[in-house]
Design a protein around this ligand. Structure first.
Ligand code: AMP
Length: 551
């Protein structure tokens, strides 16, 4: 048996292959739907491990991926850490300068890339080839390589000819197995490393009843991207539970999700609220059979109450969960406690709308401004601190961030929460000034700096305002220089931001003001700005469809 006796990922795959060789893995790809079983998955994962080994990689090497959710990406999930190297998933929706920083900082030796993300990667490379110096090879996910300037090989050629058996090493529990960068407030993303034992313990935590347990009769479709925090760990836990996997592939539309749910009999799926808002609209307008679907996990941003009701009405249990890159990611889930199961619907709904009960295995504190712990009364609030086996204790190569964001062994999450008498956590604010749009982060500080670099701008502040579809969108408050033509400035600012950032970073609305209000210490008073301008109607209907993350 592979994997020795330590807490590593290897035994999950080994068990699934031995006990459930015929269980399916289904994947929507650029080349159509691919369908195989754990037996073949194991063979191809061994081939990938052999190919990486022959290429000279092993412990201490980081292998990057720049991909959607599909079977080949899933092969890297067990193949890369299994052979001893480290799987570094990179978010292709990030601005080029973040991608460049991340690849350079992680010193990735190989990048696996989807053909649809190839132009994005080529652009980031052409703009600053030096940040890609560590990358020795690009592997394009597919049968062939499209026309590209990058030194690239097709995935199928890369693994072809390698044996379907691999002599898996006995990895160490403390060995880095995964990595993911989280968005910083200042534009320098911070790397989080996942050891073998962090991934093992997170998998086991998901598999217990108060996590997101998956069984051998489940059909699991992670819509949450595999390029961010391992798709919430579901590819690992679905394998541990020997469930059928369904990967929705490149840029899935609500119609694709609905079809996969119907045709593959998906029982559990997971993603950010924006995804489910899209599906809800589609379900309202089309005849969709959701009868197979038991559970829908929502996290990354708050699940609106109306969403919980919508799925309740269709007999689908919506489980609201909380987590972050630093917590691998799942840290809480809004399960209904035994004593509350007989409570009336509205009471249960109120609990389920909260971010939930801490996951067994983790400890937390809620700390107020004076450093004291807040009482569990659902009213008082403070910053949520967490610690536990799958919570990171440091950032990769960032002693500055380590000093600021960890204390007494706890991670300071930056989420401001209250805890009610029953122990349910509720996020009431975010200490960090970042905007979450459609599940992806926008740094308000970076946007402000970019806007203030425009010659007609004297000061600029950016705040997140609530939005029906994207949860939050950026609104810019701009003080123009004297004599500036504000009529032309809004579109000029849009073009200016677009020079360095993707479309979905462009503020939806620019409001010209005379002065940015300041706090006593001279900082922009974001609180005052949010109170004055945080009005949904300002941005409602003004976000172009192609401003979506991923477009
Ligand atoms: P990330 O590290 O990109 O996965 O983002 C983690 C952050 O997303 C958390 O610190 C929260 O601010 C936010 N978040 C995650 N889950 C939820 C949720 N269920 N409700 C509200 N915010 C959430």
């Amino acid at each position: 048996m592979p994997g020795g006796t330590d807490q590593t990922l290897a035994p999950f795959l080994w068990r699934a292959e031995q006990l459930y060789p015929e269980t399916e893995v289904v994947s929507r790809t650029h080349e159509g739907v691919v369908r195989y079983d754990y037996d073949e998955y194991g063979d191809r994962t061994a081939q990938l491990a052999g190919a990486l080994d022959d290429a000279g990689y092993g412990e201490g090497d980081r292998i990057g991926t720049f991909c959607w959710n599909h079977h080949r990406h899933f092969e890297t999930y067990f193949g890369v850490p299994g052979m001893g190297a480290q799987l570094h998933t990179i978010n292709p929706l990030l601005p080029d300068k973040h991608v460049q920083y991340i690849v350079e900082n992680a010193e990735d030796r190989t990048l696996f890339v989807d053909r649809s993300f190839l132009p994005k990667l080529e652009g980031a490379y052409a703009d600053d080839p030096s940040s890609f110096e560590s990358v020795e090879r690009y592997v394009v996910m597919g049968e062939s390589v499209p026309d590209t300037d990058l030194e690239a090989v097709a995935y199928e050629s890369f693994i072809d000819g390698h044996p379907t058996e691999y002599d898996w090493p006995d990895n160490d529990a403390d060995q880095p197995a995964g990595m993911c960068y989280t968005s910083g407030t200042t534009g320098r993303p911070k790397g989080v490393e996942y050891t073998q034992s962090m991934l093992w313990s997170h998998t086991m935590a998901l598999q217990q009843p108060q996590g997101i347990p998956l069984d051998d009769d489940d059909v699991v479709m992670p819509v949450v991207p595999m390029f961010h925090v391992n798709a919430w760990g579901l590819p690992f836990s679905a394998t541990a539970g020997a469930a059928k996997h369904v990967y929705p592939g490149p840029q899935p539309e609500p119609a694709d999700l609905a079809r996969l749910i119907e045709e593959e009999g998906v029982t559990v799926t997971a993603g950010v609220p924006t995804v489910w808002l899209g599906l809800m609209e589609y379900v309202k307008d089309n005849d969709v059979d959701l009868s197979a679907l038991d559970r829908l996990v929502v996290g990354g941003s708050a699940a609106p109450e109306a969403m919980i009701r919508f799925f309740d009405d269709r007999d689908v249990e919506l489980l609201h969960a909380w987590g972050m890159t630093e917590t691998s990611p799942v840290g809480a889930a809004a399960h209904v406690k035994r004593d509350l199961r007989d409570a009336d619907y509205e009471t249960r709904l109120e609990k389920r709308s909260k971010q939930g009960l801490i996951t067994p295995g983790l400890a937390f504190r809620v700390v107020d401004d004076d450093g004291g712990e807040v009482p569990w009364n659902g009213e008082d609030f403070g910053e949520l601190w967490v610690k536990g086996p799958w919570v990171t204790t440091e950032y990769f190569g960032r002693p500055d961030a380590n000093q600021a964001e960890f204390e007494d062994g706890y991670l300071k999450t930056g989420d401001v929460v209250s805890v009610d008498e029953d122990g349910y956590l509720k996020i009431v604010d975010r200490a960090k000034d970042v905007i979450k749009s459609g599940g992806e982060w926008i740094s308000s500080q970076e946007l402000e700096n970019e806007l203030m670099a425009h010659e007609d701008v004297s000061e600029a502040a950016v705040v997140g305002v609530p939005h029906d579809r994207w949860q939050e969108r950026p609104l810019a408050l701009v003080v123009p220089v004297e004599g500036a033509d504000t009529g032309a400035l809004e579109s000029s600012l849009r073009d200016h931001v677009l020079e360095s950032y993707p479309k979905w970073w462009v503020p939806d609305t620019v409001v010209f003001i005379d002065e940015v209000p300041k706090t006593a210490t001279g900082k922009f008073n974001k609180q005052a700005l949010r109170e004055e301008y945080g009005d949904e109607s300002l941005v409602e209907g003004r976000v172009p469809d192609d401003a979506a993350p991923g477009s």
